[in-house]
Design a protein around this ligand. Sequence first.
Ligand code: SF4
Length: 161
Amino acid sequence: MNYHQYFPIDVVNGPGTRVTLFVSGCEHQCRGCYNQSTWNPCSGHLFDQAMIEQVIKDLNDTRIKRRGLSLSGGDPLYPQNLDDILALVQRVKNECPGKDIWLWTGYTLDELTPAQRAVIAYVDVLVDGKFEQSLADPSLVFRGSSNQVIHYLSDNHEFKA
Ligand code: SF4
């Protein structure tokens, strides 16, 4: 898997102070996409072992407490990303107690494949659906258009948008 950007401290993409990873690879081709440069799965940089260790280390950093990990893109559930994303969310849940995971995807929850659902099993909050330009609303929190839904999948979240 490749990624475009990694923010070790982020207060925009999800509640609280977080670490955020924007992955490469997306097949949705939403009109008005703000991140077209991420569509090509070969763009960006390799998400290698060192990057995985950095994410774990940042989440466990006691000097700057992070609430959790945000996964966006691109699409973390793009088929070619699933093996690496699954390994990452498993490690976060095993090695970073109490941290939540938010994930943004262009797929809708009800159309996810079994392999995508295997990832979602570790995700606390899923924001789903393509960006629909005609339904765009800048007043929405943590989503770009009103068709997108914030699914609270676990009890591990203190904040609801
Ligand atoms: S799902 Fe996100 S990254 Fe992919 S095309 Fe739509 S807005 Fe762009």
